[in-house]
Write a protein that binds this ligand. Structure first.
Ligand SMILES: [Zn+2]
Length: 163
């Protein structure tokens, strides 16, 4: 009997199928995330840094963001000579439960690991809706801990001036 009998798929075929599904999944994700990245089109490598963090997040976090229209990522309006020494991303929107992430253009210029950490920290705030995480009631510590759990721990000597 010929035809699709999954039991008869060899291991090699299964592995290549899984690999192709994984790369299709990655392509679909980066397509979906590209909606968030339009603001960063002319701010590279910041756009690439944001995409790297988004594609590294756990699937349930990605789903949560993608399914919520209140989740947005935007570029801070840069005013030359004003506030340019502040590396830290600023929390966007107002009030409890805000899910807007606003990133500063200088995240394009600073150390890559630091930029990834800041971006993940801001996404952690958005995921936690600016709230605590488990037993961690301080929202800044909660965002740091969750970012670290995602693989973006705070660098040993963060170059920030303010936060
Ligand atoms: Zn924060």
């Amino acid at each position: 009997m010929r035809g699709a009998n999954p039991v008869r798929l060899g291991l090699g075929r299964l592995v290549s199928l899984a690999t192709s599904l994984r790369s299709q999944h990655a392509a679909i994700l980066s397509n979906m995330f590209s909606l968030y990245l339009q603001a960063f089109e002319h701010y590279q490598p910041l756009g690439k840094r944001v995409l790297h963090v988004l594609t590294t997040l756990p699937a349930e976090v990605q789903q949560d963001f993608l399914s919520d229209t209140r989740f947005t990522v935007s570029l801070d309006n840069f005013v030359p000579g004003e506030g340019s020494t502040v590396f830290m991303a600023v929390p966007g929107g107002t009030g409890v439960g805000s899910r807007s992430v606003v990133l500063r253009p200088r995240l394009s210029e600073c150390d890559e690991a630091f930029a990834h950490y800041v971006i993940a920290h801001e996404f952690a705030h958005a995921y936690l809706r600016n709230g605590p995480w488990g037993d961690i009631s301080d929202v800044e510590n909660a965002a740091d801990a969750l970012a670290a759990a995602w693989g973006f721990a705070q660098p040993a000597n963060p170059p920030w001036v303010g936060r």
